[in-house]
Ligand binder design. Structure first.
Ligand code: ADP
Ligand code: ZN
Ligand code: MG
Length: 472
């Protein structure tokens, strides 16, 4: 039996306005090679100046992960040649990163938890992009110099599920902190997945492969499954030590396979040395004080929701996993509805009807809450409320107007209901006699008939009450 060992390196693009060492804009999707200057083009003589905001955001992340923050950290040059790296080196941190050892807690669906060690997080600048177009290749350097925070985990994860829980939690923390848009499609949150296996019980670490640049949870899961399989087969065939070499691999979403991209460089290959153009980063007491004041994190929000709104633990984690959803939920509760109803109408009814993110929902929090409120004050039935929501998904109108327009208001008015009830009772004299003789089950029959006669508009509770009165 084998055990899987996974360690993750996540690259988070920080949402600073300008690049890490120059004042060029970091905006995405601009005309190629327009957001560039001598510094991010790596021209000789141009000097880097560190962006303070990136440092502040690193401190915030370190605080969220309960990490040691190094008072003094160093920028190093990591030397390698690639067309999208005009200077011939990346400015990164090596021996002394800004953020040291920390941790991240993941939650399993059964309520159990596991703590994953976070080795470090360091600042570095991103490379540009190579665009391959048939026989020619283009280089776009707009992204070159964009600030990245690389967050490196310990090899603490044992399954693809754990890896995904770690990534989703980290993604959510980064969004809560507001330090990155963490847009995976645009590559602002991407990761390298390191995978190895070992016989169960063995505590050694064996040769790992690194699957580079993954930006989809689904593909990460598939890539891990493929890689684990490959390692196990090699082990069982007795060729693990020759077949599995430390290397960088790429995942192909079409085939679901990984393939070798290049042999893995060792640190020595990069000839790291302190960047002589940059002084050490010193974090003062005042900076620590100021930037360790971070917003409420997903776990805290979850605990608060459970306590204040009396919702289930699991529901609270679903809602707080996404910041937009948590905001939406809290906005609904401002309308004074019950937490339980808010959960159902948000996570089941609304989400079930949305194909896109909640941010683009045609029905906003206030409207959805108003629908719930109309159920709670007996204006409409739950069934009618679904019709109102269906209508509002397609049309812009107020909840009360839609209730009127679709004629969904429940009749609770005694006079109107008695009129219907009396007619039903008059039409069924034998049943009334049977009821009075003790066959109380017949009440359901009368309720059904009344509801039918009212075309579903009667308030069932009220009907029950009035029928009992009449039959008494
Ligand atoms: P590099 O930048 O060379 O990939 P790092 O030390 O930055 O090296 O990252 C190594 C990553 O690989 C870490 O996340 C670590 O937990 C993980 N890792 C190290 N050894 C193993 C192993 N044997 N199996 C799986 N993951 C590993
Ligand atoms: Zn620049
Ligand atoms: Mg790596």
């Amino acid at each position: 039996m084998f055990e899987v060992v996974i360690g993750l390196e996540v690259h988070v693009q920080l949402n600073t306005n300008s690049k890490l060492f120059c004042s060029c804009a970091t905006s995405f999707g601009e005309e190629p090679n327009t957001n560039v200057c001598p510094t991010c083009l790596g021209l000789p003589g141009a000097l880097p100046v560190l962006n303070k905001e990136a440092v502040h955001k690193a401190i915030m992340l370190g605080t969220a992960l309960k990490s040691e923050i190094n008072q003094k950290s160093i920028f190093n040059r990591k030397n390698y040649f690639y067309p999208d790296l005009p200077s011939g080196y990346q400015i990164s941190q090596f021996e002394v990163p800004i953020v040291g050892l920390g941790q991240l807690v993941i939650d399993f669906p059964d309520g159990s938890q596991k703590t994953i060690g976070v080795t470090r997080a360091h600042l570095e600048n991103d490379a540009g992009k190579n665009i391959h177009a048939g026989p020619v290749s283009h280089v776009d350097l707009n992204r070159a110099g964009t600030p990245l925070l690389e967050i490196v985990s310990e090899p603490d994860m044992r399954t693809a599920e754990e890896a995904l829980l770690y990534l989703k939690k980290l993604h959510s923390i980064v969004r809560y902190l507001g330090i990155s848009d963490a847009n995976m499609q645009e590559g602002s949150f991407r990761c390298d997945v390191n995978v190895s296996i070992r016989p169960k019980g063995d505590t050694n670490l064996y040769t790992r492969c690194e699957i580079k640049n993954m930006n989809s949870f689904k593909f990460i899961e598939k890539a891990i499954a493929y890689e684990v399989n490959r390692h196990i087969e090699a082990w069982e065939d007795g060729i693990h030590s020759t077949e599995i070499v430390q290397e960088t691999r790429l995942f192909n979403p079409d085939s679901g396979e990984t393939r070798s991209m290049r042999g893995k460089e060792d640190a020595a290959d990069y000839r790291y040395f302190p960047d002589p153009d940059l002084r050490p980063v010193i974090i003062t007491e005042e900076m620590m004080e100021k930037y360790s004041q971070i917003p409420e994190l997903p776990d805290e929000k979850k605990a608060r929701f459970v306590k204040d709104y009396h919702i289930k633990d699991y529901d609270a984690s679903v809602i707080t996993s996404q910041l937009e959803m948590a905001h939406f939920f809290e906005e609904m509760l401002e309308e004074g509805i019950s937490g339980k109803n808010a959960v159902t109408w948000l996570t089941v009814e609304l989400q079930g009807r949305l194909s896109d993110s909640i941010t683009n929902s045609p029905v906003d929090a206030k409207k959805l809450a108003t629908i719930v409120k109309r159920i709670e004050d007996n204006t409409i039935s739950g069934k009618a409320a679904k019709e109102v929501l269906d209508y509002l998904m397609e049309n812009d109108a107020s909840v009360d107007d839609v209730i009127d327009k679709l004629g969904l208001k429940q009749v609770s008015d005694d006079g109107a209901l008695f009129a219907i009830i009396d007619e039903i009772l008059a039409n069924n004299p034998e049943k009334v006699a049977e009821y009075k003789a003790g066959k109380e089950k017949l009440l359901a029959f009368f309720v059904g008939q009344t509801m039918k006669a009212s075309k579903g508009s009667a308030n069932p509770q009220k009907v029950n009450e009035l029928l009992k009165q009449r039959l008494a």
